[in-house]
Write a protein that binds this ligand. Structure first.
Ligand SMILES: [Zn+2]
Length: 129
């Protein structure tokens, strides 16, 4: 019987099966908010006196040097925010005010949907509370 690999794990499933998950993973991820633990390179950013507004997890297998991507995504997020509000700040001042954590490798929990992004594009946005 021809088989394909489950999208989520190393199990094999019949090629003819509709869907991309084995029975185990399908059950586990039936709840799209189910959480998976991954090893990720993580960084967050915030404005002075504020909680972080931006948090990213990079798949170290896909991104050997995630810093450039982190900076590009952060910049784009800050620029979008600045455009969407009536601020007295110049864009340069806004960008200069951003503080960040540095990048650290750690275990993080991501939702099933975030994990799909993490695997497919090599990074995902983490929920910021
Ligand atoms: Zn599976």
């Amino acid at each position: 019987m021809k088989t394909k690999q489950c999208y989520w794990c190393s199990n094999r499933i019949p090629l003819a099966q509709v869907g991309i998950a084995c029975a185990d993973c399908a059950a586990k991820f039936a709840d799209r908010k189910a959480r998976v633990t991954v090893t990720a390179v993580v960084g967050s950013a915030w404005y002075p006196d504020c909680d972080p507004f931006f948090s990213m997890a990079f798949n170290p297998k896909r991104y050997r040097k995630p810093l450039r991507k982190f900076n590009a995504l952060l910049r784009s997020d800050v620029v979008d925010g600045w455009h969407n509000e009536d601020s007295e700040d110049t864009l340069t001042a806004r960008l200069d005010s951003v503080r960040w954590s540095g990048l650290h490798c750690m275990e993080v929990e991501v939702t099933c949907d975030q994990y799909a992004d993490f695997k497919a594009q090599g990074y995902c946005y983490l929920e910021v509370f």
